[in-house]
Design a protein around this ligand. Structure first.
Ligand SMILES: Nc1ncnc2c1ncn2[C@@H]1O[C@H](COP(=O)(O)OS(=O)(=O)O)[C@@H](OP(=O)(O)O)[C@H]1O
Ligand SMILES: Nc1ncnc2c1ncn2[C@@H]1O[C@H](COP(=O)(O)OP(=O)(O)O)[C@@H](O)[C@H]1O
Length: 289
């Protein structure tokens, strides 16, 4: 017992010396069981966990650079992110809580991220999003879909398809997606998102690796032949102005993490496409805490 308590004292002194704002309560010391054996086991595992968590937090805090509007910041490469209590942006001060993303991820046994599915209308974005969510759900993983059509029924119902409104549409969706991924959820955004700079802006607000761009690289003639909502027909007839791929641009990704294409004239079933994304998530360890 004594040696474990001594270890705790040394550990806390070490943190004070390093000027890191830290209290033992932040890593679960507040719930000590009462028996000596459980007490020691809990303290030891709390220490092990706190060393693991705080070594990454400490390196993040040491390398903090520019402070962003939400109180987060990045190092000079834009890759390390942290929040520091009390950092001010105008009159808004970031409020930090001791339960953080890492804790939520541990609870969910997965890593929060954003799978951003982009492509022309009719390219299969919603179909893939649905197949992916089904496959992940059956593996016990928590997902949420932000579908362009659906979000435009509520949060973005005030927006049109003019370029500035499309940009605002994507800005709101990326902020919501960021919140979901911070919650530890695998967030799937399926939106045309035709402009590269809007998609890149989403990449830039997320921690390295957490933005996974999936490009539905389907030829326009295939999408147009599908035309499930009859919108291409209306656009060709001049009844819809500024339709993506017809008289509004689509800028394909330059470095998408995953590209979905037809093989010759054949389009893989949605479940096969979903497996491709799941293999990527598995390889990058997003399906574990
Ligand atoms: N002018 C124009 N251009 C493109 N798409 C149009 C347009 N007008 C309506 N729709 C329907 O809106 C859906 C796309 O919404 P998004 O929010 O994904 O678009 S965007 O990212 O803001 O460009 C899109 O849904 P999907 O077919 O699922 O992509 C269309 O059904
Ligand atoms: N992998 C696929 N193989 C065959 N048809 C598909 C596939 N994915 C989507 N479709 C069909 O294409 C149409 C458009 O798909 P959808 O997911 O609504 O596209 P988007 O969301 O990009 O507009 C739908 O009729 C859908 O059934």
């Amino acid at each position: 017992m004594i040696s474990v308590v001594n270890l705790s004292l040394v550990f806390n002194s070490f943190l004070r010396i390093n000027s890191i704002e830290y209290k033992s309560t932040k890593v679960g010391f507040e719930n000590f069981p009462t028996t000596p054996l459980n007490f020691r086991q809990n303290l030891t595992s709390s220490l092990t966990r706190s060393v693991r968590i705080n070594s990454s937090r400490m390196s993040a805090i040491k390398t903090c650079g520019e402070i962003h509007s939400d109180g987060s910041s990045y190092d000079s490469n834009g890759s390390v992110r942290c929040h520091e209590k009390g950092r001010r942006f105008g009159n808004i001060v970031w409020h930090k809580c001791s339960v953080e993303k890492i804790d939520r991820q541990e609870l969910l046994q997965q890593k929060g991220c954003v799978i951003w599915i982009t492509g022309l209308s009719g390219s299969g974005k919603s179909t893939l999003a649905c197949a992916l969510t089904r496959a992940l759900h059956s593996r016990g993983k928590l997902t949420y879909i932000l579908d362009g059509d659906n979000v435009r029924h509520g949060l973005n119902s005030d927006l049109t398809f003019k370029p500035e409104d499309r940009a605002e549409n994507i800005r709101r969706i990326r902020e919501v997606a960021k919140l979901f991924s911070d919650a530890g959820v695998i967030c799937i955004a399926s939106v045309i998102s035709p402009y590269r700079k809007d998609r890149d802006a989403c990449r830039s607000i997320l921690p390295d690796g957490d933005f996974i761009e999936v490009f539905m690289d389907m030829p326009l003639h295939v999408c147009e032949a599908r035309d499930p909502k009859g919108l291409y027909k209306l656009a060709r007839a001049g009844k819809i102005e500024g339709f993506t791929g017809v008289d509004d641009p689509y800028e394909p990704p330059l470095n998408a993490e995953i590209t979905i294409q037809m093989e010759g004239e054949v389009c893989s079933p949605p479940e096969v496409m979903a497996e491709k994304v799941i293999s990527y998530l598995d390889a990058k360890e997003y399906l574990q805490a």
